[in-house]
Design a protein around this ligand. Structure first.
Ligand code: ACO
Length: 322
């Protein structure tokens, strides 16, 4: 049987760091409010690099690190809600820049669950036996769609990207998944594209930024994430004692605290880096995994659960064995 393994992890975030104190000069906020409510201290913001650049830089590092020839990549998937263009896709831009001439490529849109969804898709291609090397990225330039005069949202988000090389492995790899969507909830929307043409009589006003009902998203996340993690445990027969780390989407440390409490497990089991990057949507899980790999935290045989939640609404978890 073919399993899908994550054989390398990398990330790239823009250099420019913006602190809570910096934000207090553009909106009515302060470090105490942001830190105590979200755990966020800093975020990296793009000074011009777009989403494709985060993936290209990450992809170069992945190919170099693993000694993989660009022509041997079969598929490129990018999870993002902030592509450079409506078309071409970010994944096609990455294909061109990296020289992955034999790869097919597409983007997926599942907001903060995007990386988990993308790993799930890549897993099916690899398990089929038809494709061997897949690059999966989660990358966002959320600063493009944040209203920098709205203190309710602008303090929460950041820019960056991360990615993984996926290949067939004999043991371990992606063991189980639990994916969901609930399209009837609009507590979080971003950049509404309205219809405007010469036959359109219904004039609707678009809004180019993120709009969020923070409380509703908070309640949604703290409800569905523990359920989804438990579903993974139920499916696999493991308990939380068998899991080395839970790597959640990094939206807010208070959400993670409540999830830990509901799962009756120690907060130390959770990898948290929201303090440094803010919420980077689809990029947050691969950035966290890449950091963990860099720090030597992911050892052979370790089992981890990644869990994403966000706009759509979408959510999902996955158990991966190293
Ligand atoms: N600085 C200072 N005050 C602020 C700020 C700010 N940046 N933002 C809001 N406030 C004010 C509000 O105006 C409100 O004032 P009022 O009482 O006078 O009306 C007060 O602070 C309290 O606002 P609440 O919304 O009640 O604050 P809450 O404790 O719920 O925290 C927060 C807000 C942090 C947004 C919280 O709801 C949250 O974390 N929600 C989840 C958000 C999230 O994670 N979203 C993304 C997930 S999906 C994805 O990643 C795309």
């Amino acid at each position: 049987m073919i399993n899908t393994g994550i054989t390398a992890l990398e990330s790239y975030v823009p250099e420019q760091i913006v602190t809570n104190e910096d934000l207090s000069h553009i909106v009515d906020t302060n470090d105490e409010w942001i830190s105590s409510r979200t755990g966020i201290k800093r975020r990296h913001l793009s000074t011009g690099e777009n989403t494709s650049q985060f993936c290209i830089n990450t992809g170069k590092k992945l190919l170099d690190k693993t000694g993989t020839n660009a022509e041997d990549i079969d598929l490129i998937i990018v999870a993002t809600i902030t592509p450079d263009y409506a078309t071409p896709s970010v994944s096609c831009q990455v294909q061109k820049a990296l020289g992955c001439t034999n790869a097919f490529a597409f983007d997926i849109s599942a907001a903060c669950s995007g990386f988990v969804y993308s790993l799930s898709i890549a897993d099916k291609y690899i398990r089929s036996g038809l494709y061997q090397k897949v690059l999966v990225f989660g990358a966002e330039t959320l600063s493009k769609i944040v209203n920098w005069t709205d203190r309710n949202t602008c303090v929460l988000f950041g820019d960056g990207g991360g990615g993984a090389l996926l290949e067939p492995v004999e043991k371990g790899g992606i063991v189980a998944e639990d994916l969901h969507a609930r399209g009837d909830d609009e507590a979080l929307t971003g950049r509404h594209h309205v219809v405007e043409n010469m036959v359109c009589t219904h004039i609707e006003k678009g809004y180019p930024y993120l709009i969020m009902d923070g409380r509703a998203i908070f309640n949604f996340a703290t409800k569905v994430v523990p359920k989804s993690v438990n579903k993974i445990l139920e499916k696999t027969g493991f308990t939380l004692d068998d899991i080395k780390y839970i790597v959640p989407h990094q939206a807010n440390s208070r959400i993670i605290d409540i999830v830990a409490r509901k799962l009756k497990t120690d907060i130390d089991k959770f990898y948290i880096n929201v303090e440094e990057y803010g919420n980077t949507s689809a990029a947050s899980i691969p950035i966290a995994l890449s950091e963990m790999s860099e720090k030597g935290l992911l050892k052979k045989g370790d089992r981890i659960i990644i869990t994403g939640f966000g706009a759509g609404l979408t959510w999902g978890s996955m158990l991966i064995e190293w």
